[in-house]
Unconditional design. Structure first.
Ligand SMILES: O=P(O)(O)OP(=O)(O)OP(=O)(O)OC[C@H]1O[C@@H](n2cnc3c(O)ncnc32)[C@H](O)[C@@H]1O
Ligand SMILES: [Mg+2]
Length: 211
């Protein structure tokens, strides 16, 4: 199978790779990530918005490979932290931080705000996951972009082992579960990434393009 037949995702996040591979399996094309192109340098994510970072991740990799590339920039915006960590979600606890370190930091910051308040309440703040996708074709230099969001609450009681990142702390009242307790299918149906991906596929279809 040639590389041009693959869907190339400009990411080094294995959780994202798993979700894209699952969501795009129906296209019958392999999904490749930056683990398949180890010589491609990491993109510096210095944009101030998710959309800006997604475009940058798609363009730098697309230009380097000379192939169309899909990129995802996403994160968690927490109301009681004025929208933080936002575009800094991956490095909330510092450069190279693990998911566990970021989750710990999130709970620590919210616990600080709650000092003196009713600590029995496990739901600490409304929050949303946001995802910006950018699909870039170096042949035309054009972008197709789509966004998705999902609302929930940060819970002080982590649960579940699915998903990645902040999923164990992201509680969905209508399911009475965290995002990490959902199956891949269930997460895809409601998640920021699933929503953005369905919008992107629709936009590409309208332009008689395909991922
Ligand atoms: O940049 P790439 O290589 O794609 O991988 P990354 O992990 O650095 O990805 P981002 O820069 O987009 O940072 C997004 C962070 O936001 C969090 N995040 C994004 N989507 C999430 C999801 O579906 N569930 C849980 N956490 C998520 C998670 O901590 C990610 O590391
Ligand atoms: Mg990143």
């Amino acid at each position: 199978m040639t590389e041009t037949n693959a869907i190339i995702v400009s990411t080094r996040n294995k959780g994202k790779v798993r979700e894209f591979a699952h969501a795009l399996a129906f296209l019958g094309k392999p999904v490749k990530s930056m683990y398949d192109f180890p010589d491609v340098p990491e993109v510096v994510e210095d944009g101030t918005t998710f959309a800006e970072n997604a475009r940058k991740k798609a363009k730098e990799v697309g230009d380097r490979l000379g192939l169309p590339v899909l990129a995802d920039d996403s994160g968690l915006c927490v109301d009681r932290l004025d929208g933080r960590p936002g575009v800094y979600s991956a490095r909330f606890a510092g450069e190279g931080a693990s998911d566990e370190m970021n989750n710990e930091k999130l709970l620590a910051e919210l616990a600080e705000l709650n000092l003196g308040e009713d600590t029995e309440q496990p739901l600490l703040s409304p929050a949303r996951f946001v995802c910006s996708l950018a699909y870039y074709d170096p042949a035309s230099g054009s972008f197709v972009e789509a966004d998705g969001e999902v609302d929930g609450w940060i819970t002080s009681e982590p649960a579940g082992s699915g998903g990645f990142g902040y999923d164990p702390l992201f509680y969905l009242p209508e399911y009475e579960k965290t995002m990490a307790e959902l199956s891949l299918e269930e997460k895809q149906a409601i998640s920021h990434r699933g929503r953005a991906l369905r919008k992107l596929a629709e936009m590409l279809e309208k332009q008689t393009q395909q991922l």
